[in-house]
Design a protein around this ligand. Sequence first.
Ligand code: BES
Ligand code: MN
Ligand code: ZN
Length: 512
Amino acid sequence: MKTTISLSTPAQLESEALVAVVLDHAEKQTGIAPLSSKNKGNNSKPQLKVETEDGAIRSAAGDLLASGELTGKPFESNLLHKPAGLKTKRLLLIGGGAAAKFTTYELRRLAGAAVRTLKSRGIRSFAFIVPSEIPNDEAVRAIVEGALVGNFDPDYYRSDRKDQKIDALTIIPSGKADQAALERAAHGAQIIGESQNFTRDLVNEPSNRMTPTILGERAKKMCQEVGLKCEVYGADKIKELKMGAFWSVAQGSDEPPALIVMKYEPTGAPEKPVLGLVGKGITFDTGGISIKPADGMEKMKYDMAGGATMIGAMRAIALLKPKVKVIGIVCATENMPSGKAQKPGDVQIAMSGKSIEIINTDAEGRLVLADGLFYARQLGCTHLVDAATLTGAVVVALGYANAGVFANDDAMYERFHKANDEAGEKMWRLPLDDEYKENIKSTIADIVNSGGRWGGAINAAMFLNEFAEDTPWIHLDIAGTAWMEDQKPWIAKGPSGIALRSLVEFVKSFAS
Ligand code: BES
Ligand code: MN
Ligand code: ZN
């Protein structure tokens, strides 16, 4: 998708479609009105306004707005053909909800929804008017990122796929605008959105087409294209490094594992910090000997989403070139039952030397990450972030809307939270109190790999913390958010690419 910034007045721009946002400026009453109140029903009358200074656009939409047919609710869409007085062929009015609550978060989604509405009609290009509510630079970023998210469809293997994509997006800023600066903002956003879609492509592949070896090859190819160092190691190296936790999962599969190490070391970056991005790359999770029920098991092809996120994040970082060192590590393997598979009760020695009693072979993500996190520290990482589809329990706790965030360091959390906010992704912090340590105690070894059902997402994070130790560390549990269970107006059903934008923003925050 090509992106351009146009300083022409919206009415004068020739385009296939012009998109304008409609917001509700009514001051909503909150709380319960007193019984005697005469102004009951005040809440229901919206005051709609098309968000542009261009009077021609407002008058083209005037009749529709005056009709009282619109609510202005988020994603409400109306397409006017040959709008009077405008050079565009179509005017798409899209609702954005209450003006008082309208932020880049909503705008990003509206851009995605506009893309999905228009491309399904066979339209290949359109222009988007920046609502005056939002500063131009922030708006450009949100619109480009949101449009790219909306442009993705996971229908590669369908013979009847329509290959409908938007090829060109024009953004019309509001008021006075610095075109060159906005073009730079658009370019950065384009890198991030394309990297997010690169990750989604990897996650979408089924496990027979995305083995650890293939994931390694895809990482290598990407690294070559963007100028990153990349090593992909196999079983020999994993054993040589004494990654007993990683290997305990890999030993059960006929598919060889892959330890993917990507390095971004820009000239002029200080020696420290060195950021480590560690991803869970289980290309298929059967559960192993503690096998999962058949129902829904096909979804476990996306158990490598954390790893794919790190590969996509490294792509974005290499192209955006912040002056900070970053190492990306993905521990990729299948989790299979077999005659070679590990069994409940087995004791494994992790790379760090800690002994682990395997209670449940389905708690495999924390095993591969244990060695991934420790290895990152050995390579000199001073700060760690991991992303993993780690637990069903995080879905119980937070549902599909928020990813779980854990941190062993408050300053690190604050920095991440800020990045997360700017990236427009929803995440919620969960605790790592000492009390939960009880849950991962073992009689026979240092720790168990499964702390039971209650607080399951926290128990898993406590386990990881044993390997991050005193290195500032963030853990993202994306089990409930890496896959969209249903399509939404702004995004297709399937891989979401969650966490990539936050990670890239977080990395950028370290660059001077
Ligand atoms: N990959 C799963 C977690 C998962 C669940 C991801 C649902 C995406 C959607 C993970 O390896 C797993 O099986 N976790 C177990 C841990 C338990 C055995 C302690 C779980 O959550 O049930
Ligand atoms: Mn599992
Ligand atoms: Zn898993």
